[in-house]
Design a protein around this ligand. Structure first.
Ligand SMILES: Nc1ncnc2c1ncn2[C@@H]1O[C@H](COP(=O)(O)OP(=O)(O)OP(=O)(O)O)[C@@H](O)[C@H]1O
Ligand SMILES: [Mg+2]
Length: 415
């Protein structure tokens, strides 16, 4: 039924594509160089990307690939335009998480991924939520559950169980671990044979890839309980962390997780794999209430993991490099919102992002696909609305990036 509905609503001309960016946007908003310096540079070197003239014929418009080529090739006052990244570290993993529904997680994840890509970073997003909001907004609407976090977990179960069984055979002492059996119903799905790149899909943004989700992946929450029973020693919560460890350390710069509004097998995988938690919360009192109880529940769940599993090669208890709260749908002129923002800062002190994301009509005005303000062409709406929306996400992103750059240095070096 679901795929029937999908077929009925799918039309190829609605496939998501990424627009070009104007020379005004590229110079002032993306590369942050003076517009006339930028034009002068391009004029002086005809081998640099030329862009295309659109419509009124006054500005040139560039693709993301052209912008990234300029980043690699142009220096301004000897300053490289490439984004900062500490040497010798793997990609940094940030989870956008809150058990509260509708807190703005997917909106924040989408905008931060796009802002980071425009900032020159190579981004992998992982959609942990079977509602698949982020996958849909990145143009992936026809995904099989094998290629979601559910598939990653099932593959991990097979491979980890095989590894444990081999270790128990190899052990010389009589106190070998019990052999665990994976029934053919699971083994024959063939997930154990999938390779890491099989789970990674490209998007309309050339420097953003995604591990997507789909409604059928909701089944994972149900199946995982049975999987744990098949092998109680399987560290189910570390499957995605192991998956990411298997990627080349320099394949991506940032990995951003969009989490479901629930505690469960998938969200525990997200939290366990994350170096940093970024917790969006709406500005209402009840949202504050749910956000604080999220923190309590999460701490309890993480403590349970530490009690229930031997650390071995897992890093338990889980330690985050950083935890930050981010207020969303904030209206600066609203007294209640300002009071809630102050309350957040009293309670969580330096862990509250100082730039909340403001309420904006720009993110609501999208059609078939949820689009970020970065994807919306500013000629399609009031320039002022677009600029204000972009400015609020820019400031929040820059703070997110600077927080990451500090925490990134504290990550262990890759061997
Ligand atoms: N800054 C904003 N301005 C206006 N509307 C917003 C803003 N942020 C989010 N919204 C709207 O709020 C709703 C919920 O946002 P979103 O889907 O990002 O939340 P979520 O936490 O991912 O939800 P869920 O828990 O269901 O995954 C959406 O309709 C979205 O368009
Ligand atoms: Mg969401």
């Amino acid at each position: 039924m679901q795929s029937w509905i999908r077929r009925q609503t799918y039309s190829p001309e609605l496939e998501k594509t990424l627009r070009r960016f104007s020379s005004w946007e590229v110079s002032e908003l993306i590369l942050k160089v003076n517009q006339s310096t930028f034009r002068g540079r391009l004029a002086a070197d005809p081998s640099l990307p030329a862009g295309e003239v659109e419509g009124d014929g006054r500005q040139r418009w560039y693709t993301l690939d052209e912008i990234n080529e300029m980043r690699r090739r142009v220096k301004i006052n000897r300053r490289s335009l490439l984004p900062a990244r500490p040497a010798g570290k793997r990609a940094f993993r940030a989870a956008i998480a809150n058990f509260k529904g509708g807190a703005g997680k997917s909106t924040v994840a989408l905008h931060f991924a796009h802002a980071a890509a425009l900032d020159g970073y190579r981004v992998l997003v992982v959609d942990f939520d079977p509602q698949a909001t982020l996958s849909h907004s990145m143009g992936l609407s026809d995904v099989a559950e094998d290629y979601t976090v559910w598939g990653i977990m099932a593959r991990d179960l097979v491979r980890e169980t095989d590894r444990m069984n081999e270790a128990s055979v190899a052990a010389e002492s009589g106190a070998a671990l019990p052999r665990r059996h994976i029934p053919s119903s699971i083994r024959d799905m063939g997930l154990g044979d999938l390779r890491l790149p099989d789970f990674i899909k490209s998007t309309a943004w050339s420097s953003i890839d995604i591990v997507p989700s789909c409604a059928n992946a909701a089944f994972v929450e149900f199946a995982s309980a049975q999987y744990r029973h098949l092998n109680p020693d399987w560290s189910f919560f570390a499957a995605v962390s192991r998956f990411l460890d298997g990627l080349a350390p320099d394949a991506y710069d940032l990995v951003i997780f969009d989490c479901p509004p629930a505690i469960g097998y998938q969200s525990m995988n997200a939290v366990f794999a994350a170096d940093m938690l970024y917790i969006p919360s709406g500005p209402g009192y009840w949202e504050y209430d749910s956000t604080t109880s999220f923190i309590g529940q999460l701490a309890e769940a993480l403590e349970d993991l530490s009690m229930g599993f031997p650390a071995g090669n897992l890093s338990l208890p889980k330690v985050f490099q950083e935890v930050r709260f981010l207020m969303t749908r904030y209206e600066p002129g609203n007294d209640l919102h300002r009071a809630m923002f102050d309350a957040f800062r009293k309670v969580f002190e330096g862990h509250v992002a100082s730039h909340p994301i403001e309420m904006t009509r720009a993110v609501e005005q999208s059609g078939r696909f949820l689009s970020s303000v970065y994807e919306i062409d500013y000629r399609d709406m009031t320039r002022e609305t677009w600029r204000r929306a972009r400015a609020t996400f820019d400031k929040a992103y820059e703070e997110f990036r600077d927080t990451i750059l500090e925490a990134w240095d504290r990550l262990e070096d890759e061997a």
